[in-house]
Ligand binder design. Structure first.
Ligand code: NCD
Ligand code: ZN
Length: 346
């Protein structure tokens, strides 16, 4: 196949940040995606409908003129989330979901939830009103091996929560393990997962290839090869349990190439092409539209895009870096050639 025409993709997991970084990165996502679900881990976190509405306005102001793009907002859950506020924000069409960060699990998760059991009133309200719960699925603690975090989260958090709230709509964000993929597939249509390009393209060897590779460091961290194989099989299966969520997470170079570097891969400039590489290699281009443009909207209950886009198998070189203030952000595949290129929108 030398070209592929599909409905415009949707990114079900992005980080835009704020201020100068937001203005630089939003156009990359808006160029490729009809919509995106925007993560709330700002400083301070987006915990109220008012904060989310203001943040949405700042995102829309950064969308290039004439570009159709709909940002969809999420609420950052804390130990103090008021279920009534969350439901009101959802009913008003400001929040589409709520995000659970276990405290200290990742970037700006210090305000996250310290005791998940105490959130039962919030989960009850979410279950009753059909509000999706998005999880950063890692159990963290001083004695937890970083490579085991996802499986422990499934066993110790997700399974008990779903036992208490079997109807809860749940997206396990950025799954990284075979156990994550199998867990999602074993549940009903109310449970789904996003998968990032980096977890399909790489395994943990890539983090150390010829030296330390800070720009491939993200959380949850890349796992061993058997997990990568399982994730590729899941993503390319066509199953409605899995959909595109890049987890594009920009951090400036100074904070990535540091003694204690930040977690996050900035993939927005080349995200669709990166996924296409995987589907092409695995002979699954006929299932790409389901993963990229249909499954996510079906789970969340909005219509897929009416616009069609064509990707051609024609190489282009990805920008090596993106200037921001006095620093730069290094994109995935920066400075190298990729096989697929966005051609046209119909
Ligand atoms: C994300 C970020 O930087 O906001 N980082 C990452 O490595 N994925 C947070 C997250 O999704 O864990
Ligand atoms: Zn994320």
């Amino acid at each position: 196949m030398t070209s592929l025409t599909i409905r415009r993709p949707v990114d079900l997991h992005v980080h835009f940040r704020d201020g100068a970084v937001l203005r630089q990165v939003v156009p990359y996502t808006a160029r490729q995606f009809a919509r995106a679900i925007v993560m709330p881990n700002l400083v301070p976190p987006v915990t109220t409908a008012k904060m989310a509405a203001d943040y949405r306005s700042r995102i829309l102001a950064a969308v290039p003129e004439g570009q159709d793009f709909v940002p969809m907002m999420t609420c950052y859950l804390t130990d103090h989330t008021d279920p009534a506020d969350l439901v009101a924000g959802y009913r008003d069409g400001i929040f589409v979901a709520a995000k659970l960060y276990p405290a200290h699990a990742t970037t700006n998760a210090q305000h996250g939830v310290s005791s998940i059991d105490r959130l039962d009133p919030v989960f009850a309200a979410m279950s009753e009103h059909g509000i999706p719960l998005l999880t950063h699925g890692e159990l963290v603690g001083p004695h937890v091996d970083i490579f085991d975090r996802e499986k422990l989260f499934i066993d110790q958090v997700l399974i008990p929560v779903l036992e208490r709230f079997p109807q809860l709509r749940l997206v396990m964000e950025h799954i990284t393990t075979q156990e994550g993929a199998e867990f999602v597939a074993s549940r009903g249509a109310n449970v789904a997962a996003t998968i990032t390009p980096q977890h399909l393209l790489y395994n943990r060897n890539a983090l150390f290839e010829g030296g330390l590779r800070p720009h491939l460091y993200c959380l949850p961290v890349l796992k061993r090869a058997r997990h990568q194989v399982a994730l590729r099989a899941a993503a390319t299966s066509g199953s409605a349990h899995y959909f595109l969520g890049t987890d594009t997470a920009p951090h400036v170079k100074r904070l990535k190439e540091a003694d204690c570097g930040c977690a996050g891969v900035f993939s927005a400039p080349v995200a669709v092409e990166a996924y296409l590489k995987v589907f092409d290699e695995d002979g699954a281009l006929d299932r790409f539209e389901a993963f990229a443009s249909l499954n996510g909207p079906a789970f969340y209950g909005f219509a897929p895009s009416e616009t069609r886009v064509t990707y051609s198998k024609a190489p282009h070189v990805v920008e090596a870096s993106i200037a921001v203030e006095n620093d730069e952000i290094i994109p995935l595949f920066g400075g190298t050639s990729v096989d697929w290129t966005l051609q046209q929108q119909l």
